[in-house]
Design a protein around this ligand. Sequence first.
Ligand code: PEP
Ligand code: MG
Length: 570
Amino acid sequence: MELLGIKVGNGLGLGKCLFVDTKLPNLNQETATSLEEEVIKVNNAIDEAIKDYEDIIASLDDEDLKSLTEFNKNVLISPSIKKDITNIINDKKCYGDLAIDIYFNNKIKQLENLDNNYLKERAKDVKDIRHKVLSKYYGIVEFNPDNLKEDVILVSHEMTANVLLTDNIEHIKGIVSELGGKTSHIGILTTSLGIPSIFGIDIKNLKNDELLFIDGNKGIIENELSEERIKEIKEKIATELALAKELDDIKEARTLDNYLFEVSANTGDLTELERIDEIPLDGIGLFRTEFLYLNKTTPPDEDYLFEVYKSFATKLNGKQMIIRTLDIGGDKKCPYIDIGEEANPFLGYRAIRYCLDHKDFFKTSLKAILRASAFGNIAIMYPMISSIEELRQANLILEEAKQDLRDNKISFKEDIKVGIMVEIPAVAAMADMMIEEVDFFSIGTNDLVQYTTAVDRGNTKISKLYEWFNPGVIRLIKNAIDVTKNYDDKFVGMCGEMAADPLGIILLVGLGLDEFSVNINTVKKTKKYISLLNKKETEEFVKTLLNLKTVKEIEDKLNKFANEKYGKYY
Ligand code: PEP
Ligand code: MG
């Protein structure tokens, strides 16, 4: 049986299905036989949970995972926790599990009722901690990735990042979750660790211990595998591994008829600075500045931002670095940025909309970028632009930031390039007017698809409608690309996930995209796919797609072409 879900982490994996939702027994509502014993059991459970977190912290290299685990540990070492739970046991004369549950439920409610979105999010972490302490209390052996002896695909109703709190991911061949989106913590982790992952799968169709095949490139899970199919899958995985090895030699994205395309990386993660020399990237097509603002309690200052940008720009050694100004709001929340409650956050007070209303805050962020432009090939990009007025207003603030620097005799690149994300349909439709006032476009399909098809990108119930091969979306992309061709000194890139999709690459090469900006882990693969195509032939092929009316027809034709051109690599 084949199950289709949302593609989150690329790659192929074969392993036994392992459900990691440890179901806890029902809480004991009776009067406890010995209150002292319950207090001891609870205290031991808390100590064991702290010890688990300490062991995890000691074994981790990844800083993000470490800080997540530190938070969990700190909740448990708070001096009042044991006292408070003891008081509940004594007051209610109840068993320890009920007291633990009451204690943590209060904490969760307090966090959920706060106005601060960052702290609200922490309620989920406290639920994880409650689960851990209760498991210890009952003596349930929790899933521990360190103990895995065979290849598995982890399956859960709502997977949490806890399952990856280990440096021992060798046997984790895939992640399947019913709930969660690409931008959830676990989604981001699986992508950066290179683990295939698919969300939005109805997991009741899967059985513990059965063999599963996960195809993260296509978003498909297969079960009930025949011997013959297992053999095919093993060959496919072996080819993928061989391909990964071959990719080590790849340098350029040069088509068979000798056209060179740029393939850059999307980053913003400080831990990826060191990888810039290892990966054959042509630049950074999207530096997500929001990573420097999220998970902090106060805004980063100008000097800090400047130092980060400077370190990346210097390391890039002349290659272009496109820095996107703060893209906050939607599903990206900061504790110190008060967006307020919104019925439709993705249509709300986001990104440039917030920045234009907070001029000093925005100016500080622009000054940091401008100062760094003296040390490398930096360009500025505004997110979520929906009108010419917004662009002009942002440029006025940029001019003020430049003047401040001139007044203080601080150097920067006077003619720094300024571009916009094309991620709102209105802008894609008026691309001919927009291009007159910018140096470049970067098409943000993650949002462009969501807004054009009116499909919330994180809503698993409607994920099947989230299609970048929707003819309406293709027309907008084509329009944004076409208008740039009237200018020799302007370019158009794409930094949405579509740019790394093997079928998307065919369409985009055929439409004449100049720059593909993809997750740092897929730069080599994207270059390989482009180098297997003939540009002129692909252009002719793509023309035949433009009048097709359904996604299915477009995908079928693309698939056929991909099989012919990519061969064993597909
Ligand atoms: C996009 O919308 O395509 C994009 C790259 O930005 P983000 O995913 O951060 O919204
Ligand atoms: Mg976007």
